[in-house]
Design a protein around this ligand. Structure first.
Ligand SMILES: [Zn+2]
Length: 321
């Protein structure tokens, strides 16, 4: 029978490595999750993290009996040294120059490909999510930080040293706020979730009168991007200043990338954007205002579709593809 000669379906392990958890999933070639598992990262040394990943991977594999998994893809929060599997910097893990790909491929006895987590998430959206079938895609994530990934002509753009797409570190204000990267005036220093909170805190600690203080009843740990948006919508001048600056900078920076890249689809994701329809709409509006007309003709804009699973799915698909 002809069906005897059809190649078995391809499966891969996808790993999502954050600062708190390692998640693993067995994923098929269409981006469907067959099984998944998670381990907390109690210790962050490379050896301990490799063991946590291996444990999560084994649980996912055990839950998918009879499935032959040939390769493994990892999306890691940090900067990668090109396609070498070396994590140059992972601030959440306190890592520098860790050969994660080599360590994991030895431990899992499989080829392992390591990419930046946002690039993995963008690939997941392209292959199985909001950008299915598109060849030119720009994906922006606004969460505690700000990042992006470029897919051009159907290929993930890594850049000469592997760090293409660092949208959070485009400079908005020469000599402006200090960013977590050590440089000044970055987009992320004004619009990343951590920095929205930092700016509210600074205003409160400087004893500027603001409704933020009453909204949180004096408990600074209750400050969030959602609180900022709510208090800004009610007209509090301090919240309005911080919020309006953040959405204006995001709109302008993303519009400029659209002008340069001319994507067919722009995807907006990450915690801050996905949980705030108002902020999402403001950014769409900013792109309409600031991207050059010829670059945004026919541009489609949509929210990320795969949520927290985009990185897992994308990492696995990168290993299969
Ligand atoms: Zn920066």
């Amino acid at each position: 029978l002809a069906t005897d000669f059809i190649a078995p379906p391809a499966y891969a392990l996808g790993i999502d490595l954050g600062g708190t958890n390692a998640r693993a999933a067995v994923v098929d070639a269409n981006g469907r999750i067959v099984s998944s598992a998670k381990r907390r990262l109690d210790e962050r040394s490379p050896a301990a993290v490799v063991e946590a990943i291996a444990a999560a991977a084994q649980s996912a594999l055990d839950a998918a009996p009879g499935v032959a998994v040939k390769a493994c893809g990892v999306g890691a929060a940090g900067q990668l040294r090109g396609d070498t599997g070396v994590v140059a910097v992972a601030p959440n893990l306190g890592w520098r120059e860790v050969p994660l790909g080599g360590l994991l491929s030895k431990r899992l006895a499989r080829p392992v490909r390591v990419v930046n987590d946002l690039k993995a998430a963008a690939w997941g959206e392209k292959r199985a999510g909001a950008a299915l079938g598109e060849r030119d895609v720009y994906t922006v994530f606004v969460g505690s930080g700000v990042g992006s990934a470029v897919i051009a002509n159907g290929q993930l753009v890594l850049g000469a040293t592997g760090v293409a797409g660092e949208l959070g570190h485009v400079k908005m204000v020469p000599g402006g706020r200090r960013c977590g990267c050590g440089e000044d005036g970055c987009l992320e220093a004004y619009a990343g979730g951590h920095n929205l909170i930092a700016q509210m805190r600074e205003a409160i600690e400087a004893k500027v009168a603001t409704a933020l203080m009453t909204r949180i009843d004096g408990d600074l740990s209750l400050l969030t991007a959602a609180v900022l948006e709510e208090v800004a919508a009610a007209g509090d001048p301090v919240a309005v200043r911080i919020y309006e600056q953040a959405v204006a900078f995001l709109g302008q920076a993303i519009a400029n990338q659209v002008t340069v890249l001319n994507p067919a689809r722009l995807i907006l994701g990450g915690g801050v954007l996905l949980h705030s329809p108002r902020t999402y709409d403001r950014i769409v509006q900013g792109v309409g205002l600031f991207a050059a007309r010829v670059s945004r003709e026919g541009l489609k804009i949509s929210p990320a579709a795969l949520g927290d699973d985009s990185g897992l799915i994308g990492a696995a698909l990168l290993a299969i593809d």
